[in-house]
Structure formats: C-alpha cells, structure tokens
Design a protein around this ligand. Structure first.
Ligand code: UDP
Ligand code: MG
Length: 314
C-alpha cells in the first residue's frame, strides 16, 4: 500500500460520499494504490450509515473505525494513524475544504525529494474575520516564544508524511493531543506548500470561538511550562515590592510618627495580591489537572467497530 488517507469525520453525512468521489477522481491513473481510513468520531447524524455503505461498495480500499462517542479530531487522527498501512500517510478533512488533488502533489514531492519526510500545506489566504485572525496570530506568537517546539502559524493538520514520521507520532501517547505541537515536537524535514482552503462542501464547522480558545490553552499547557514560571516571577516581583514598601512604611513611621490610616492602600493591595494568588493557583491547577488525567492512563479513544478489508487483516 502506497498511501493511506486518514479522514476524521464528525457529523459529515453529506460529505463522505462526495469526498470519496473526489479522491477517486483525483487519484485516477496515478499508478499506485491507496486506501481511505474514515474515522467516525461518534457522529450523531447518518455518517455511520453512509460510511458503512462506502465500506460495502469498496470502490477503493476503505476502512472504517467507529468510536463509541465523540472523542475529538485529535483522537480520530491517532486512530487513523494506527490503522494506516501505507508507506505514506495523509491527514485530510472530510468536508472537501482540502482538495485531494493536493495530496497527489504531496505524494509527488515525497517521491521526488527524498530529503523531505513531511509535506505540510499552509493556507495562503484565510477567509476569517479580523478578530479571530488577531487571536490566532497572538496565540502562535506566544506559543512559539514560550515553548521549545516550532509551530508554523498558518500551517494546518493537512499534511502527508512518511511512515517513520507516523511511527514517531504514535509513540507520543499523551492523552491531551495538540497535533500542531506534536508535529513540531517530532521534527523531521518538512516541505511547506501553500494551499487555499475551499468552502465547506456541506454542514457546519465544529469550531466555535470557545472551542478554539480552549484548544489554544491546551496547546500552551501541553507544550510549555512557562506559565508555571510566570507564577515564580510574579512571586519574586511582589516580594521585592513588598520589602520596598515595608521600608517606606517604617521610615514614614519613624519620621512622621503615627501615620494616616491607609484604608485605600490596604484594600488595593489585598485585592491585588489575592487575585495574583488565585491566578497562579489556577495555572498550577491546569497542570495538575493534566497530570491527573494522564496518570489515569485512559485510552485515547474507544472503537466500537472497526471495518477493514480482507487483504489487510493481519
Ligand atoms: N472532526 C472530528 N471530530 C470533532 C470535530 C471535527 O473528527 O470532534 C473532523 C470534521 O469532521 C472534519 C475535520 O475534523 O473532517 C475538521 O473539522 P471542521 O471542518 O469542523 O474544522 P474547520 O475546517 O472549520 O477548521
Ligand atoms: Mg473544515
């Protein structure tokens, strides 16, 4: 098997067949074999039903992994990688925003340029609002500054890589998966190519602003301990400030005698240090929570049903 296409699907009932059609026509006459691995991430619509039909037809080799509930795209990608038998593996969305023709180009680059292990597509034009784009830019600026992994701002999950890269990604068994960080962490030589995201074929995006914000926090907590250090710095700064203020107070008392009642100062300081402490405890709590969840060693996903074609049953 030359190429495995890993396709996470969550409520993509109207998209899976057009997606498969697009793949078949894009790879028509390519001269190598490929398989499509659909991961049904606990969809609530007819996705499962439609995928079973595609599986029964086997117009091209199709595998279907169905989760017991919605585990998220990252878990879907993990399951897809586990089931991929191709020499190259491609991650692509089911909504046809990412054209399968580009995957063919990616395969060509990997074939012709052995120095590259990964071909990743980045969006050259994003049709997003200014606010969202500002937040995304800030997020990438922050995470690249405070973590040791390099994450390209406009890169997406849309990429094709060699089997060795897939093995490395699977070795990272963390429960909270932030794939952009994982790709950066495993390294390898990456060739970036531009692409323009098309409009969604059908259905709606699953990303709300709140989800994106939480995803960004996940990325920062997962790939950097800098926020913990922030607590240390804040502690040092306020300790120094406290000592300075202590000296001021003592001097004032010695020079001017009994001082004026400092009601406002006390309230402000109380509130300030109270909130700083809560903030720092919050940061520590985030990490403790991650440790807690990771220590339970729960599986990244649970597959209710796995359908593979005959030749691949090993
Ligand atoms: N997806 C998934 N599980 C989820 C959310 C999304 O498998 O919980 C899949 C979805 O079906 C699609 C891909 O991830 O194939 C990207 O999702 P979406 O199109 O909503 O994201 P966007 O393109 O808007 O960033
Ligand atoms: Mg999409």
């Amino acid at each position: 098997m030359k190429l495995s296409l890993v396709v996470p699907c969550y409520n993509e009932a109207e998209n899976v067949r057009p997606f498969q059609d697009a793949v078949i026509s894009a790879f028509d006459g390519c001269g190598y074999d490929y398989e499509i691995i659909f991961i049904n991430d606990g969809s609530k619509d007819a996705t499962h039903h439609n995928l079973k039909k595609l599986y029964a037809e086997q117009r091209c080799p199709v595998k279907v992994v169905s989760f017991s509930r919605n585990f998220g795209k990252e878990a879907g990608l993990y399951a897809g990688l586990e089931h991929a038998s191709g020499e190259y593996i491609s991650l692509i969305d089911a909504d046809l925003q990412q054209r399968p023709e580009i995957v063919r180009d990616m395969v060509k680059i990997l074939d012709e340029q052995p120095e590259y292990d990964v071909v990743a597509a980045y969006q050259d034009r994003r049709g997003e609002g200014k606010v969202l784009s500002f937040f995304k830019k800030s997020f990438y600026a922050i995470i690249n500054r405070i973590s040791h992994v390099e994450i390209r701002a406009d890169a997406s999950d849309f990429r094709t890589f060699r089997r060795s890269v897939r093995d490395s990604i699977l070795e990272m068994g963390e429960y909270h998966r932030f794939s952009k960080g994982i790709f950066g962490w495993v390294g390898y030589d990456t060739c970036f190519i531009p692409y323009t995201a098309c409009k969604r074929n059908a259905g709606a995006t699953k990303w709300s602003f709140k989800k994106l914000f939480n995803y960004a926090l996940e990325g920062i907590i997962g790939f950097s301990t800098a926020p913990l250090r922030l607590a240390t710095y804040l502690g040092i700064i306020s300790a120094v400030a406290a000592v300075v203020y202590l000296i001021v107070v003592i001097l004032e008392k010695m020079i001017r005698g009994i001082d004026i009642p400092g009601y406002a100062t006390i309230i402000v300081l109380l509130l300030f240090f109270g909130s700083t402490q809560l903030f720092c405890i919050g940061i520590i709590g985030e990490y403790v929570g991650k440790i807690f969840e990771q220590s339970k060693e729960r599986p990244i996903y649970i597959a209710k049903e796995t359908l593979t074609y005959e030749e691949d049953k090993d």
